[in-house]
Design a protein around this ligand. Structure first.
Ligand code: F6R
Length: 241
């Protein structure tokens, strides 16, 4: 695992954007795994700037997002569907048909989850997976538990995740209690992984995910067993290393 400690959020974001852009320059039809949340906002902004400068072309890229709230309308301002459109997709030349986000409005969860795995497989697997990390060590919405789901699944969000994500909703009670998330194996099968973390509220999770032990209570700790992971973190997130 390579660990890059950057001075601040902007530098972390730029470094991540450079890695994503390099991937696409080397392989224009790359399959990207994408994350939402506060952390990658700066990375998406930097990628949009590079696109506007003509430095990167997304026309052949295929993307798969990690997760989506269950039971939230796609058009809802808090859906990850809306987030991806607003933060990234509407600013670049990635054809909509090449983007994928789990359908949190599905009436058939099993078919949706199996279908999502199949679409990733048919695309040739993920070349580069971008991840954030929850304060509780989750990746995607793979929450701390005695057992971790291998494949895409419906998950009950933890109390901590509901509390943390309530900042995007009117109140905590408005936060969906469930989400569709890719599984641990879906993430681990990516050929390259870049995990971003910023801020002191992530320092404990970063320490625990790099401590030499795999612990299902810190789902990100399994990344220590992956051959090609880069951690790009700012000084605050690195404070306990
Ligand atoms: C988002 C996702 C989550 C977030 C994590 C950190 O698609 O899968 O694992 O990456 O909750 O969120 P932020 O960046 O908002 O702190």
């Amino acid at each position: 695992m390579r660990i890059y400690i950057e001075d601040n959020y902007e530098k972390m974001s730029k470094k991540a954007a450079l890695i994503v852009a390099s991937q696409i320059i080397l392989k224009p039809a790359s399959v990207l795994g994408l994350a939402t949340g506060t952390t990658p906002v700066g990375m998406y902004k930097a990628l949009v700037e590079m696109y506007n400068e003509g430095e990167v072309d997304f026309s052949e890229v295929i993307s798969f997002n990690l997760d989506e709230y269950y039971g939230l309308a796609k058009e809802s301002p808090q859906s990850y569907y809306t987030y991806m459109h607003e933060q990234f997709f509407k600013h670049i030349n990635l054809p909509k048909i090449q983007t994928h986000i789990p359908d949190g409005t599905t009436g058939d969860v099993v078919a949706e989850c199996l279908g999502y795995e199949e679409k990733i497989r048919a695309a040739g697997g993920i070349d580069l997976q971008v991840l954030g990390i929850g304060g509780n060590g989750h990746v995607g919405f793979n929450e701390p538990n005695d057992k971790l789901n291998v494949l895409t699944h419906l998950v009950d969000l933890s109390e901590k995740t509901i509390r943390d994500n309530s900042r995007f909703f009117k109140s905590e009670s408005d936060v969906p209690r469930q989400a569709l998330s890719v599984g641990i194996a879906t993430i681990m099968k990516a050929r390259q992984i870049v995990l971003l973390a910023s801020g002191k509220e992530k320092a404990e999770a970063i320490k625990e995910m790099t401590d030499g032990y795999v612990n299902t209570q810190i789902p990100a700790s399994i990344l220590q067993t992956h051959a090609n992971v880069s951690l790009i973190i700012d000084r605050d997130a690195a404070a306990l290393l």
